[in-house]
Write a protein that binds this ligand. Structure first.
Ligand SMILES: C[S@@+](CC[C@H](N)C(=O)[O-])C[C@H]1O[C@@H](n2cnc3c(N)ncnc32)[C@H](O)[C@@H]1O
Length: 283
C-alpha cells in the first residue's frame, strides 16, 4: 500500500476540493441520470449534492430490501439515493477514509430519514479503507450489492480492494460500479502526480488488467452497461497524459460461478416490464 498516495487522496477530497466546481478536469461528471433518480436527488440536501464527485450511474434497478455497500461514499449522494430506493426494510452502508467527507455525509442522516418518512435511519457512514473492509467491520458474505462511483481507481492496492469486494458479497451478490479505466497502463511518473491521481485519472486500471484481476478472483464474466470517453478539458493535463485514453465505464459483475463465454444458440428472452422503475428495459 502506498500510504503517501493515500494521504494525498485524503487531502485532495478533504481539503483541496470544497465542491465539484474545484475539480480541475471533467473526469468526475455524470450525464444520463434516470428520471426516477432525479426525483430523489431533488429531495437531497444541497451540501451533499455540491460535494458529489462521481462519474456515472452505478445503481441497478430493483434494489428494494437489499443491503448495499457504497465504497468511497464521499458526501453521501449515492448512499442517500439508495437509502430511498432500498426502502425502509433495506440498508445502506457507506465507507470512506476521509473524515471531512464522512462528516458531511453524517450530518444529514436525520434530515433525510425524516424526509423519506422512515422511523429509523437505514443508512450509516463508516470510516474505513476499501482495501481492508474489516476496518469498517464488514463480515464475509454479508452484502447483497456493492456499488462504487469513481473511487476504485483511487485505490493503491486494486487486487486487495477487489478481493475484499468479493469477500463481503453474499453468494449471488452483485458488484455495480462506475469508474475510470484506461486503454493502456498508465506510466509510474503520472501515477505519482497528485493532481492527476486525485482527479481519478492516473490511478485508472488498464481495462485488460481489470479483466485479468477479476478472472484471478474467479469472476470470469463481467458486463459493460455504459461507456463514455473522458475529454479532460484541461490543456496542461491533456499534454501530460498524451495518447492515453480514459473512459468512464459502468460495469456489473456477480459473485457467481459463471462460464467465461455464453453458450449462444439464438435464445431469446422477453422482458415483461415487471420492474416498476424499468417498464421497457430489462433492469
Ligand atoms: C471521487 S470521490 C467520489 C465520492 C463519491 N462516490 C461520489 O460519487 O461523490 C472519491 C472518494 O473515495 C474516497 N476514497 C478514495 N480512496 C479510498 C480508500 N482507499 N478507502 C476509502 N475511501 C477512499 C475519498 O475519500 C473520496 O471521498
Amino acid at each position: 500500500m502506498e500510504q503517501h498516495i493515500q494521504a494525498q487522496v485524503q487531502d485532495y477530497y478533504g481539503t483541496e476540493l470544497q465542491s465539484s466546481n474545484d475539480l480541475k478536469t471533467n473526469a468526475c461528471c455524470t450525464d444520463d441520470i434516470p428520471a426516477a433518480h432525479k426525483r430523489i436527488l431533488a429531495q437531497l440536501e444541497s451540501e451533499v449534492l455540491e460535494k458529489y464527485y462521481g462519474c456515472g450511474v452505478c445503481i441497478p434497478s430493483a434494489v428494494e430490501g437489499l443491503t448495499v455497500l457504497d465504497l468511497g461514499s464521499g458526501s453521501g449522494r449515492d448512499a442517500y439515493l439508495l437509502s430511498k430506493l432500498v426502502g425502509e426494510q433495506g440498508r445502506v452502508i457507506g465507507v470512506d477514509m476521509t473524515e471531512e467527507q464522512l462528516a458531511v455525509a453524517r450530518r444529514h442522516v436525520a434530515t433525510h430519514t425524516e424526509r423519506f418518512g422512515y422511523q429509523q435511519p437505514n443508512v450509516e457512514f463508516r470510516h474505513g479503507f476499501i482495501e481492508d473492509l474489516h476496518s469498517a467491520g464488514l463480515a464475509n458474505n454479508s452484502v447483497d450489492l456493492v456499488v462504487s462511483n469513481c473511487v476504485l481507481n483511487l485505490s493503491t492496492d486494486k487486487a486487495a480492494t477487489y478481493r475484499e469486494i468479493f469477500r463481503v458479497l453474499k453468494p449471488g451478490g452483485e458488484l455495480f460500479i462506475a469508474d475510470v479505466f484506461s486503454d493502456r497502463r498508465v506510466p509510474e511518473a503520472l501515477r505519482q502526480d497528485p493532481v492527476l491521481y486525485g482527479e481519478c485519472l492516473s490511478g485508472a486500471l488498464y481495462i485488460e488488467d481489470f479483466r485479468r484481476l477479476l478472472r484471478e478472483l474467479g469472476i470470469r464474466d463481467y458486463r459493460l452497461t455504459a461507456q463514455r470517453r473522458l475529454t479532460i478539458g484541461n490543456a496542461e493535463i491533456e499534454r501530460k497524459v498524451g495518447n492515453i485514453k480514459f473512459y468512464s465505464l459502468t460495469v456489473r459483475a456477480f459473485k457467481l460461478d459463471l462460464e467465461d463465454q455464453c453458450e449462444d444458440y439464438g435464445q431469446v428472452a422477453t422482458y415483461l416490464g415487471t420492474s416498476p422503475t424499468s417498464p421497457t428495459v430489462l433492469p
